[in-house]
Design a protein around this ligand. Structure first.
Ligand SMILES: [Ca+2]
Length: 248
């Protein structure tokens, strides 16, 4: 009885225990699936039955396949913007520099930054405070793409929805948002990620969150996502917002 309970507990916690009573050692592997933070009820995870259904039903998902093909996890806590830039440049098939790790041309979170981006903002500073919306746009524009800046304070909900849906129906451009996590019920500060699809029946956008260790991609109500853009970024003194990116 006691032994059975010990085994059960060890399975639950994914630990290794020595079964002293029998002289045997039982090894239990840690749980293999990722354990992101719990989602608040206003959000729908893409990796749920409901979330997958919303993607199947979406009529505005031209960007989903190219973005998901190059979806990455940010390599440190401040590189959400750099991760988003590298994903979008790869999705647009922009000529990439050599990636040291594989002797192959491909945008990574290391080679996306270079002497030109260093003149906009030093990598050491990005590592401390991340990127503002304007800095994100400037980094994009060191490559042969235009990044149209839309501050949250300047967008009505109707304008946001209209511009975003038009972008998500067009495979030749991409959308990246700078938003405040806690405005959509997540932990917790400013964040940057690409948006990949829209579901009209539920009026939700799909955010491909680059901090994949923390949250899955989520479907967010248009009104909540819009409100999360219209929040003050204390670094820039302006609101967050969205970028619409296309080849120059
Ligand atoms: Ca698009």
């Amino acid at each position: 009885m006691h032994l059975s309970r010990s085994i059960k507990q060890s399975v639950l916690t994914g630990t290794t225990i020595a079964l002293a009573t029998t002289g045997l050692t039982a090894v239990f592997l840690p749980k293999l699936n990722a354990q992101p933070l719990p989602l608040s009820e206003n959000l729908v995870a893409l990796n749920s039955d409901h979330g997958a259904l919303l993607l199947r039903q979406s009529k505005a998902k031209a960007d989903y396949v190219p973005l998901s093909t190059h979806f990455v996890t940010q390599i440190n806590q401040a590189f959400c913007g750099v991760a988003s830039v590298s994903m979008v440049l790869n999705a647009m098939a922009v000529d990439a520099p050599a990636a040291e790790a594989w002797d192959q041309n491909y945008f990574t979170q290391k080679n996306t930054l270079n002497a030109e981006t260093e003149a906009i903002i030093a990598e050491s500073l990005i590592r401390r405070q991340g990127l503002t919306l304007a800095e994100l746009a400037e980094i994009f524009e060191t490559y042969p793409v235009d990044a149209e800046v839309h501050y949250g304070s300047e967008l009505s909900l109707a304008e946001f929805r209209e511009k975003a849906i038009a972008n998500l129906k067009n495979p030749d451009d991409f959308m990246v948002i700078n938003y405040l996590r806690r405005a959509i019920g997540q932990q917790r500060g400013g964040h940057i990620s690409p948006v990949a699809a829209y579901n009209a029946a539920t009026d939700r956008f799909l955010v491909l969150d680059v901090s994949r260790y923390k949250y899955p991609p989520v479907w967010v109500k248009a009104s909540e996502l819009w409100q999360s853009l219209d929040t003050l970024d204390s670094t820039s003194g302006k609101t967050r917002g969205m970028l619409l990116v296309q080849r120059r």
